[in-house]
Each structure stands twice: as C-alpha cells, then as structure tokens.
Design a protein around this ligand. Structure first.
Ligand code: SF4
Ligand code: SF4
Length: 185
C-alpha cells in the first residue's frame, strides 16, 4: 500500500517538475543538499509511514548506516532536525514521507537555515493535490477501512489527517531499541 502510494506521489512530482522545467525553471535539489532537512521542524508523517520507516530501517538498512541511525535516534531530542539525516544524506530515502517527497525547490539550493517556502515561495514546487489525494487513498485500507465511500469520507472529513504525527517529535527511541535487539542476536 505504502509503496504504491509513494509511486503515485513520485510520478506526480516528476510530472510537476517537468512542467516547471519546461517553463525554464531548473530543479536545485540534489543528493547531499540537505538544508531543508535541518530547517524544517514539523514534517507530518502518517501512521502507515511510521510503520514503513520501521520496516525499512530494520529490514533494509545495512551496517554501518544502521548503527548510525540508532545513535542518531538515541541522541535525538524533540524538535531537533530530522534524526534520519545522516552525513547530510537521507538514510531512509526510499521511505521518506510524502511531505519530504513533495518539497522541491528550483533555481538555487536553499541556504543554511533558509526555508524557501517563506523566503522565495515562487521557487517552491506547488504539487498537484490530485496526486496526494490518490496516494493517501491507497493507504486507507491500512486503517481497516475498505468500503469505497467510507475511504473517501475518511480522507475528506479530516479523520486521516487527525492521525498525523510530527516526525521530529515522534518517540523514535523504540526504533533504536529494536535496532539494538537486532545487533544482539
Ligand atoms: S529543498 Fe532546498 S535544501 Fe532541500 S534538496 Fe532542495 S534545494 Fe536542497
Ligand atoms: S526523512 Fe529524509 S528527506 Fe525527510 S527530513 Fe528526514 S532526512 Fe530529510
């Protein structure tokens, strides 16, 4: 479900970026460019995304990155920048949340401490909402809702959004413990 949702979102963002680039704007985002991950302190994550991050870190990451993630999660304090930013690279990139996938900046890379959303909103991708709605729709069965009308109501009524947590304030220490238990056995 989550991988399908991310594929829908990535496809939508790709099409949106192509439209911007046709109008002469050049995408500034690239690997290692990570000021946005340090500046943003309130990235929303849906429950299914939290499960996805757990799955990815435990099942897919390898050493030494997994131990680095564990250390980062142990040291992380609420409201500090994202703990999954390791050596200026997103350590969970394939499972980064929808919010991270949508945030793209054109022109020049963000400066240290700059939130381009406020400093130059004209350079920030305005994602097509249709793709977000389609992506979220794919995840609704995770919440034990299968009826088509109920799925739409779950999204449109704001019930799904009411479950959102903030990535930087989430108690990731439990994930660190799980990583430790992997190292023991
Ligand atoms: S949003 Fe800004 S800091 Fe983040 S990758 Fe793009 S240009 Fe770099
Ligand atoms: S999840 Fe990855 S992309 Fe998102 S803020 Fe954290 S390090 Fe950056």
């Amino acid at each position: 479900m989550l991988l399908k949702a991310y594929a829908i979102m990535d496809e939508g963002v790709k099409k949106d970026i192509e439209k911007y680039e046709k109008s002469g704007k050049k995408l500034a985002c690239r690997r290692g460019c990570s000021c946005c991950c340090k500046t943003h302190r309130d990235i929303p994550v849906y429950p299914i995304e939290i499960v996805g991050i757990y799955w990815y870190v435990i099942e897919k990451t390898k050493e030494p990155i997994r131990t680095k993630i564990k250390s980062s999660l142990i040291l992380h304090k609420k409201d500090e920048p994202c703990p999954f930013l390791i050596d200026n690279v997103c350590s969970i990139y394939p499972m980064r949340p929808l919010a991270c996938r949508q945030f793209n900046v054109f022109g020049k890379p963000c400066a240290e401490g700059e939130d381009a959303f406020y400093t130059r909103p004209h350079d920030v991708l305005n994602p097509t909402e249709h793709y977000l709605a389609r992506a979220l729709y794919e995840t609704v069965p995770f919440y034990n809702i299968y009826d088509e009308d109920e799925k739409i109501e779950f999204i449109n009524s704001g019930k799904l959004n009411s479950l959102v947590r903030i990535l930087q304030r989430y108690p990731w220490i439990e994930l660190a413990r799980r990583i430790s238990s992997l190292n023991i056995y």
